[in-house]
Design a protein around this ligand. Structure first.
Ligand SMILES: *Cc1c(COP(=O)(O)O)cnc(C)c1O
Length: 537
C-alpha cells in the first residue's frame, strides 16, 4: 500500500518552501491531508461500484467526489506560488515512497484514493507559474474540464456512429483553423502529436506526387526521393526519412543562419546538387518556431524554391502555430503560410490545450483519405444510415483514435478568437519582458539572441565570472554552470527551466513561455532564483 501521509517524516514534507511559518500552515494541503472517505465506503471494493453493482450509485458517487477533492487540491496547489513546483526524489528513493506493485487481490477504495493523492503529490506541477521547462505546459482549466468530459464519454473517434457530436466539432474547429491559415477548403485531422502530424504530411506529399506508391511501393518511383529541412528542425522530420524508406542520409539538413533560420540559397544549392545526381527532391520542411531557439524559416522564399523545383512545402508550426492567432505577431513570421501544402500546428503547445492535441492541415481535400484509406469492411461500410463523409477513421494511420477535440473546442468557446489572441500576446509580452530584464542586468545575465518566439536563450553569470571578456573560455564556464543550477532548482523544487547545448554553443538556459499562469512577477522570480542558486558557483 502507498504509505499514508501519517508515515511521513518532517523531511518527507518539503512540499512548501517559503520559510514563513504562517503560510506553511496554510499551505499544508496534499502533503498532509488525509482523503478519508466514510469508513464503511472506504473498505468497499471495485465490485461495489457501477457497473459491477447495479445499485452502486451511492458508492460510485462517494468515490468520485472524493477523487474530485484530490484533483481540486492539485489544481489549487498548482496555482499557489507558495507551493513547490515539484518534490524531487531520485528514482530509487521514489520507489520507496510509493507502492507500485500489482496485488493478487484488489485493494479497497480508500487505498485507491490514497494512491491517487500520492501520485499527484509527487507529480511535477507543469501548470505552476514557475514552470518554464517545456513547450507544452500550463493548466488551462477549461481545457481540463473538457478532458474530464472526454474521459467520461470515453468514445472512439473513428465513426460518426459512435461520436456524433465530437466528429462535428472536429469538422468545425479544423475548418476554422484552416481558415486562419488562409485556405478555403482543404482537409485536416488530429494526430497523436506533432511528430505524427509531420509523418502525415510526408505520406500525403509522397502519395500526391507518386500515387502508385501506395500499391506498388518504392519501385514505382524509380529514383531516390530526397527531403530537405533546416539543421534546426525538430528531429521528427528526420525520423520520417528513416520510417518511410528514404534513409536519414536523404533527409538533407540545410544550414541555418545565426538566428536559426534556414538559409534559402543553401536550400536551392542542395536541391540542385541532389538533382544532378539523378535524385528526386520532393519535400521541404519549413519550421515556424524551432524547438530550441524559436526561429522562423522564411516561408515566402522557401515557397519560391518549392514552386520552381516542384516540391511539396510543409510547414512545421507545431510550436509557433499559436502565433497565427495574433495580428500583432503573425507577420512577418507567418507571411506566406497560405502557400504551404500542409501545416502541422499543435494546440497543446502555445495554445495551452491539455496534452495531447495536435493538428495537421492540408490545402488539398481528399488526400488523407486516398493516401491512408484501407476501407475496412467492418467499420467503414458504405451503406450506413448517415452521410459517411463524417466517418474520419479511414483517413488515419491508427484504427481507434482518442478524442482530442472536445477540450480544444471548449477552449475556443471560452476564449473566442479574441481570447486566444490575447493569450498569444501575453506570452510574447512575457518573453519580451524577460529579454528586457536580462538586458538591464548585464552583469548577471547574457542574452544569446533576440528571440522571435517565446523561447529566451541566455546564460547566468556567477560572481566570479562577472566583468570579464565574453570569450570562449567564459562561455565554457557558463555552460558548466547550467546543469548545476538545474539540479539545485530540482532538488529544492522551486522552479524548472530547461538548458541544452546546440550546434553553435555549449549548454545554455532556454526559458519557455507557454503557460497562461506566468506573470511579470514570475519572470522576476525566475531571475532572482537563478541568482540565488547560482551566484556562488
Ligand atoms: C514539439 C515539436 C514537434 C513534436 O511535437 P510532439 O507533439 O511532441 O510530437 C515537432 N516540431 C516542432 C517544431 C516542435 O517544437
Amino acid at each position: 500500500m502507498i504509505k499514508g501521509p501519517d508515515h511521513l517524516t518532517g523531511e518527507d514534507r518539503p512540499h512548501l518552501y517559503m520559510d514563513d511559518f504562517d503560510s506553511q500552515l496554510k499551505k499544508r494541503k496534499m502533503a498532509d491531508k488525509k482523503y478519508q472517505m466514510d469508513k464503511k465506503i472506504g473498505e468497499l471494493k471495485y465490485t461495489d461500484l457501477y457497473p459491477h453493482d447495479r445499485n452502486g450509485k451511492e458508492v460510485s458517487e462517494a468515490m468520485l467526489k472524493q477523487l474530485t477533492e484530490v484533483l481540486l487540491d492539485f489544481v489549487n496547489e498548482t496555482n499557489d506560488r507558495k507551493c513547490k513546483v515539484l518534490d524531487f526524489h531520485h528514482p530509487e528513493d521514489m520507489k520507496k515512497l510509493l507502492d507500485l506493485s500489482i496485488p493478487q487481490d484488489g485493494l479497497p477504495l480508500q487505498t485507491l484514493i490514497d494512491d491517487c493523492a500520492r501520485t499527484l503529490k509527487y507529480q511535477v506541477r507543469t501548470g505552476h507559474p514557475h514552470f518554464f521547462n517545456q513547450l507544452s505546459c500550463g493548466l488551462d482549466l477549461v481545457s481540463m474540464a473538457g478532458e474530464w468530459l472526454t474521459a467520461t464519454a470515453n468514445t472512439n473517434m473513428f465513426t460518426y456512429e459512435i461520436a456524433p457530436v465530437f466528429i462535428l466539432m472536429e469538422s468545425v474547429v479544423l475548418s476554422k483553423m484552416r481558415e486562419i491559415i488562409g485556405w478555403k477548403g482543404g482537409d485536416s485531422i488530429l494526430a497523436p502529436g506533432g511528430s505524427v502530424s509531420n509523418l502525415y504530411a510526408f505520406l500525403a506529399a509522397r502519395h500526391h506526387m507518386f500515387p502508385n506508391y501506395k500499391e506498388k511501393g518504392q519501385s514505382s518511383i524509380g529514383a531516390q526521393l530526397v527531403m530537405f529541412t533546416s539543421d534546426q528542425c525538430h528531429y521528427s522530420v528526420k525520423s520520417c526519412a528513416a520510417i518511410c524508406g528514404l534513409g536519414t542520409d536523404n533527409c538533407v539538413e540545410v544550414p541555418s543562419d545565426e538566428h536559426g533560420r534556414m538559409i534559402v540559397s543553401e536550400l536551392e544549392r542542395l536541391v540542385l546538387e541532389r538533382k544532378s545526381k539523378g535524385q528526386i527532391p520532393f519535400f521541404v520542411n519549413c519550421t515556424s518556431g524551432t524547438t530550441v531557439l524559436g526561429a522562423f524559416d522564411p516561408i515566402n522564399q522557401i515557397a519560391d524554391v518549392c514552386q520552381k523545383h516542384k516540391m511539396w512545402l510543409h510547414i512545421d508550426a507545431a510550436w509557433g502555430g499559436g502565433l497565427l492567432l495574433s495580428k500583432k505577431h503573425r507577420h512577418p513570421r507567418f507571411s506566406g503560410v497560405e502557400r504551404a501544402d500542409s501545416v502541422t500546428w499543435n494546440p497543446h503547445k502555445l495554445m495551452g490545450t491539455l496534452l495531447q492535441c495536435s493538428t495537421i492541415h492540408f490545402k488539398i481535400d481528399g488526400l488523407l483519405l486516398s493516401c491512408n484509406s484501407m476501407s475496412a469492411d467492418y467499420l467503414f461500410m458504405t451503406d450506413k444510415l448517415y452521410d459517411i463523409k463524417y466517418d474520419t477513421g479511414d483517413k488515419v494511420l491508427q484504427c481507434g483514435r482518442h478524442n482530442d477535440i472536445f477540450k480544444l473546442w471548449l477552449q475556443f468557446r471560452a476564449k473566442g478568437l479574441n481570447g486566444f489572441e490575447a493569450h498569444m500576446d501575453h506570452l510574447m509580452e512575457m518573453a519580451e519582458y524577460l529579454v528586457e530584464r536580462i538586458k538591464a542586468d548585464k552583469d548577471k545575465f547574457y542574452l544569446i539572441l533576440e528571440p522571435e518566439c517565446v523561447n529566451v536563450s541566455f546564460w547566468y553569470i556567477p560572481k566570479r565570472l562577472r566583468n570579464q571578456p565574453h570569450n570562449q573560455q567564459r562561455i565554457n564556464e557558463l555552460a558548466k554552470i547550467c546543469p548545476i543550477i538545474k539540479s539545485k532548482m530540482m532538488e529544492q523544487g522551486t522552479m524548472m527551466v530547461g538548458y541544452q547545448p546546440d550546434d553553435r554553443r555549449p549548454n545554455f538556459f532556454r526559458s519557455i513561455f507557454s503557460s497562461a499562469a506566468v506573470q511579470k512577477d514570475d519572470v522576476d522570480f525566475l531571475l532572482a532564483e537563478l541568482d540565488r542558486l547560482g551566484q556562488d558557483l
